[in-house]
Every structure is written in C-alpha cells, then in structure tokens.
Design a binder for this molecule. Structure first.
Ligand code: ASP
Ligand code: MG
Length: 425
C-alpha cells in the first residue's frame, strides 16, 4: 500500500457541499488502494475573518491567544470532513496539529516545524482509517502552547507529514489547475507548466506567488518530496514540483523558455532614509538595528553621494506588516545617524521574472526593462539573483507590469486559464 498525503485549500472546502465533494475525492483515492492522509485548511476566508474579529476585540491581540483562535478554523473543516467521509462509509479520524505530533518552535504566528511524531497517525492508518490533520498548526516543544506556522502554511504541514510518513508524493489541491506562468487572475492568457524545479518554485514563492507556501517548497526540496499541485475542481493533471535535471531539460527542448514565470507581491512597503551621511559604518548601524527588531528586509538601494553635501539616500523594501516597527526603530536612531528624513511608502508592489534559462542568457534584464518602459511603468528599485530579476513599482502599475513581462517573454497562451474558485486573498 502506498501512502498519499492530500492537502485541500480553503477555497476547496468553502461550504458544506464542497466538503462533501472533497470527501468523495478522498474516498476515491482510498479505494484505489492507498493509505490516505488529508491535510485541510480552514473553510473559505475563515482565517481572515477570525483575524478581523480578533482585531475588533483588541487592536494588538496577544500572539498566543491569536494562535488559539486561528487554529479553530482548521479544526472545523477537519472535523466536518471526517463526518462527510463517515457518511460515505469510510472511517475517518480528524486530529489537530498537536495531536498529529507536529512539534514546533515557540514563535507564535510564525512557528517552524522541529519534529513530527506521527504515532497516532500511524495507528489510525493501521486501523484502516482515513487520517485528517488540521493544517498550519502545531504545538510548541517547550511551552506546549498551540502555535501557527504562518499564513498559507497548510502546504508546509502537508509536505512535512509526507516526509515523516514516507509518502510517495504530496498532492496539493487548489482552485487552479496547477502552476501557471503568472497569476491567472491577472493574466488570463497565463499558461500551465507541466513541471517546475524546486529552485524555480522557491524563487516564485519567495517573489510572492501564493500558489505554494515558500517553506513548503524548501521542505519538499530538502526531503526530496515530489509535490503535485492540481485542482480539486477537475481531474486534469496538474504541475509537478520536483527535482529536475536542468541540463537535460535545456537539451530536450529546442526553444527552452528563458523565463518560467512572472510573480508579483503586493505585501511589501518601502522605507527611504533621506540624507544619510556618506561615511563608513552607517549602513551597518541602520541594518543592525533593523535586524535586532527581527525585521527581514528584501531589497536595498544605496548609491555613493556625488554631490558636495556628502549625503546619500538609502531605500529598502520589507514586509508591509513590519513597516511600523521599522519606522519606530529608525526614528530612534535619528540623532545617532544624523539623517534628515524618513519616508514610508506602502503603495508599491514587486514584480519578478524567474527562470533558470536566464543563467546562460544575457539580455533578459534589458528585455524586461524595455517591456516595462513600453508599458510606461516606472521602476523604483531593482534586485537580481542568478535565476530572478525583481523590480519594485507603484502599486497601481503591478498588473500592467506583470502582463507586459508575460507577453515580452512569449509566455502568453492561446486559451484562457480557468480559475475555479477563491478570491486570491
Ligand atoms: N488557513 C490558513 C491561512 O489562511 C492556513 C492555510 O490556508 O494554509 O493562512
Ligand atoms: Mg494556500
């Protein structure tokens, strides 16, 4: 008997009917002769709604209590799915992350999985049950408090369980047919890719593609778990994320696309520190303080001053949610550093082109920037890696920039991509 882990996202279990539909799908897999472990997300936009509710009660909810609250969403859908399966004549047991043995660090809202002790899952499987695990949660090793693993992290739960249980692969069911060359909600002509390497998918996820959680892809790569991303609304084959020998791929297709996808991210903000004295140690001082505040920055832009003022501006981008903390941290440094002004801009977005093809091809940057220029999009910041080029643009230009890049790199397909459900929230 092979083991399969199947994860169903919130839009696949948005209401009672869809829960029954998912139950039939799970049962079909079980009847093919597999041991099935299901990881489930909260119904529809439940997590967002619980978050809104918490903020109505308290402007700064205690992280421990927020985790207690948010994990109830997954608990609901897990129990409901178990009921639906049992009505179909299939014994099923639902478990919270903690019961399933998902042991994590203690950082509420952003805990990491340290270990999985799947004793109860093993016994339930041995008894012939379908196992359903509430996604995105665990229990802190030291405090024994309930933790969450970050937004969208049910994907990570699924891959971690697949690795711990020695499953052959992990299926991630979502509201689109697989991984596309861009978000089909923005680019209807986006094309589905049959497979993508862990490396490319990691860059896509890190650049804002929400179809898979970044840590899920990192985990899958480390443990070498093949991930099949597909739709719960159709039976079409989806996209495989797996170890791909990139040299083979290049040789096999004559016209290998330079770019495998265009990703975007609207969750960043930009801070500019105006008039920083251009002397040794300033950047170190600024970014040490930012690091101490536990803020992950993304892009940085600084130039040497050429005017006789000997002052320069430093801009950097960071997750929008960390904006306030970063501004307070920098404000406290004002006299020590002697800059003149701090500017905060959350009306920005990041657009990235990703592809291993660009490694060996000069001119990708020029093509990308020309496409943006033709679309009349102004670039605020630029950063690159070996297989990615990202730009920060005004929030209102994000859609235009994504479409322009998608067309410029010849990624447009003939037909329209299907979006079955979900708000893309
Ligand atoms: N329900 C959680 C969220 O909305 C986790 C997940 O869906 O993966 O972020
Ligand atoms: Mg998701």
């Amino acid at each position: 008997m092979t083991r399969v882990v199947q994860k169903f996202g919130g839009s696949s279990v948005a209401d009672a009917e869809s829960i029954k539909r998912v139950a039939r799908r799970v049962l079909a897999t079980k009847q093919e002769g597999h041991d099935v472990v299901v990881v489930i997300s909260a119904m529809g936009d439940t997590t967002d709604e619980l978050m809104d509710l918490a903020l109505q009660v308290s402007p700064l909810p205690a992280p421990r209590e927020l985790d207690m609250l948010l994990t109830t969403g997954e608990r609901q859908s897990a129990a409901l799915l178990a009921m639906a399966l049992s009505d179909l004549g299939s014994e099923a047991r639902s478990y919270t992350g903690s019961q399933a043995g998902v042991i994590t660090t203690g950082k509420h809202g952003d805990a990491r999985i340290i270990d999985i002790t799947p004793g109860r899952i093993e016994s339930a499987l041995a008894a012939g049950h379908v196992v359903i695990v509430a996604g995105f949660q665990g229990v802190a090793q030291d405090t024994k408090d309930i933790t969450t693993l970050g937004r969208g992290a049910s994907d990570t739960t699924a891959v971690a369980l697949a690795a711990a249980l020695g499953a052959e692969y992990c299926e991630i069911y979502t509201d689109v047919d697989g991984i596309f060359t861009a978000d089909p909600r923005i680019v209807p002509s986006a094309r589905q890719v049959p497979e993508i390497s862990y490396e490319e998918m990691m860059e896509m996820a890190a650049s804002g593609a929400k179809v898979l959680h970044l840590r899920c892809v990192e985990y899958a790569r480390r443990e070498n778990v093949p991930v099949h991303v597909r739709s719960s609304f159709s039976t079409r084959p989806g996209t495989w994320v797996r170890d791909i020998n990139l040299t083979n791929r290049k040789e096999s297709s004559m016209e290998q696309a330079l770019i495998s996808g265009v990703a975007h991210d609207r969750n960043e903000a930009k801070i500019t520190i105006v008039g920083v004295p251009d002397k040794v140690g300033m950047a170190a001082r600024i970014f040490s303080a930012i690091a101490q505040a536990d803020i992950n920055i993304d892009m940085i832009v600084q130039n040497q001053s050429v005017t006789e003022t000997s002052r320069t501006d430093i801009s950097f981008s960071l997750p929008m949610g960390d904006g306030r903390r970063a501004m307070e941290t920098l404000d406290a440094l004002k006299d020590k550093i002697g800059y003149s002004e701090l500017l905060f801009d959350d009306q920005i977005g990041k657009v990235s082109v990703v592809g291993v093809g660009m490694k060996s091809h000069p001119g990708v940057t020029a093509k990308f920037f020309s496409a943006l220029a033709e679309a009349n999009v102004n670039i605020h910041m630029i950063s690159t890696s070996e297989i990615r080029i990202s730009v920060v643009v005004s929030a209102e230009d994000v859609d235009t920039a994504v479409r322009a890049a998608h067309t410029a790199f010849g990624l447009d397909a003939e037909g329209e991509a299907v979006v079955y459900a979900g708000t893309g929230r």
